[in-house]
Design a protein around this ligand. Structure first.
Ligand code: AMP
Ligand code: ZN
Length: 468
């Protein structure tokens, strides 16, 4: 089955056809590095990782680009509130550059632990000011801008397709801003391309530009950098659904106003939110769960990946500790099964008639049907339960599936159990008893070992211990 993806622009599932045959350009909005990523953000990066991996199993040569926002993002996506980077710097008594570097590193530590593949190109906004200035110059030349109170604005009333992605009625928005909003704007939806009138006293990050010394509006970086690395028209743009009405809408307006080419992006893919019992999880609220919170509670990071894969990306996912415990148990069972299969597969060839199956096709078709990860996990379990196929075949299938699931199955090993000396002594005594065929004593020693917290499993290669 051909790959079909839900395109937020057309609000339909469409058969995926890349701009250039065999290749895919994919751009994903990256983190604003003023704080740690929360687990909601991490859901977005897990989703994007699945998009990339599914493209790859379909044989595409993917070029995955992600930006790092280290300048210009205000606490509201619509040019209001405080500058996020400055807020982080004030909070920590560091420079904005130090803050950016620190949180960028932390971000990649988190995503690595989740087996999220690093994008082929990671580009920082502050290293692409030249490209942004060039883009604004084109937008200005094409007549889409106006200057007011020192800032350069994008005039959304001039861009006819402005509401195409969000699908809102223009009447609501093409009005003068309210008193508490930016009075310099002609239309409520207009946004700043270049700030010179900084609302924030000691803005450290400033650059010269044809419109004066200042800094770029947040949306600009994604237009400028995606086009630099992927060309003026490319295939896929991803992000969370919160980005539809403002950020992505503005990105489209800027990009297409600059190039005059439509569409700038062929497929828009958006993930739904991870929500808490009490609603939205926000970084700016100061209270959020992050990777460390999960690690401190003893979860393997991949439990969170498994938890996310259990829901379709276009469905809201409610976070709960019970849900995490459920995912932890299931992942443990999966791990145990895979380890058993590895051990069995290492033994000499078992002769059994292999049943005809088409699990591999079924798995790929499921993912090709708009990335149905919950069903892909269900197929994984069907394979494991199938008694008519050999462990060797199951293992082969699972390792193939894991190219998308990304649970790191090929690296799963039975951990060497660190035995306390006292337990080792009991184990040696038990081995002696077994050799002497003193089964009663061997059993008695097994009990003692169990009391010390270890279960003995007798295997042809000798006794193995597992923590109870
Ligand atoms: P930000 O660092 O705020 O720009 O967000 C990074 C990514 O996380 C973006 O793609 C957002 O749309 C996405 N995102 C933010 N909050 C959530 C959430 N609670 N659940 C899922 N994705 C989110
Ligand atoms: Zn973006």
């Amino acid at each position: 089955m051909a790959l079909r993806l839900y395109n937020s622009m057309t609000r339909k599932r469409e058969t995926f056809k890349p701009v250039v045959s065999g290749r895919v350009g994919m751009y994903c909005c990256g983190p604003t590095v003023y704080n740690y990523a929360h687990i909601g953000n991490l859901r977005a990066y897990i989703f994007e990782d699945i998009v990339r991996r599914v493209l790859e199993i379909n044989g595409y040569n993917v070029s995955h680009v992600m930006n790092i926002t280290d300048v210009g993002h205000l606490t509201s996506d619509a040019d209001e509130g405080e500058d996020k980077m400055l807020k982080g710097a004030k909070r920590e008594g560091k420079t904005v550059w130090e803050v950016a570097k620190f949180y960028e590193e932390e971000f990649f530590k988190d995503t690595k632990q989740l087996n999220v593949l690093r994008p082929h190109t990671v580009c920082r906004a502050t290293e692409h000011i030249k490209e942004m200035v060039e883009l604004v110059t084109k937008i200005e030349k094409n007549g889409y801008t106006y200057e007011a109170e020192g800032n350069l604005y994008f005039d959304t009333s001039k861009f006819k397709k402005y509401y195409e992605l969000a699908g809102r009625a223009p009447e609501e928005e093409q009005t003068k801003p309210r008193v508490e909003e930016d009075r310099a704007k002609k239309n409520k939806a207009d946004f700043v391309l270049w700030f010179t009138r900084s609302k924030f006293g000691n803005q450290e990050m400033q650059w010269d530009s044809p419109w004066g010394r200042g800094f770029p509006g947040w949306h600009l970086e994604c237009s400028a950098m995606s086009m630099k690395y992927l060309g003026e028209q490319f295939d896929i743009h991803c992000g969370g659904i919160d980005h539809i009405p403002i950020h992505h809408t503005n990105e489209i307006a800027q990009s297409e106003a600059a190039t005059g080419k439509h569409p700038w992006v062929k497929y828009w893919l958006h993930n739904e939110f991870l929500v808490m019992d009490k609603g939205k999880m926000a970084k700016s609220s100061g209270e959020f769960l992050r990777m460390k919170t999960l690690l401190d509670k003893g979860y393997d990071p991949l439990v969170y990946r498994y938890f996310c894969l259990g829901a379709h990306y276009r469905q809201q996912l409610k976070f709960s500790w019970e849900g995490m415990d459920g995912a932890a148990n299931t992942l443990n069972r999966l791990r145990e099964k895979v380890l058993e299969m590895k051990e069995n597969a290492a033994k000499k060839e078992e002769e059994c008639a292999e049943k005809e199956h088409n699990y591999d096709d079924e798995f790929k078709e499921t993912l090709n049907d708009d990335l149905n990860t919950p069903k892909a996990l269900a197929i994984t379990w069907s394979v494991l339960r199938d008694e008519e196929i050999s462990d060797r075949e199951k293992l082969k299938l699972l390792l193939e599936f894991d190219k998308v699931l990304g649970l790191g199955m090929s690296g799963w090993k039975r951990e060497k159990v660190q035995l306390p000396a006292s337990v080792q002594k009991l184990l040696d005594e038990r081995e002696k008893a077994r050799k002497a065929k003193d089964w009663a004593k061997a059993d008695e020693l097994r009990e003692k070992i169990a009391k010390a917290g270890f279960a003995v499993k007798d295997t042809p290669e000798g006794p193995k211990l597992e923590k109870i």
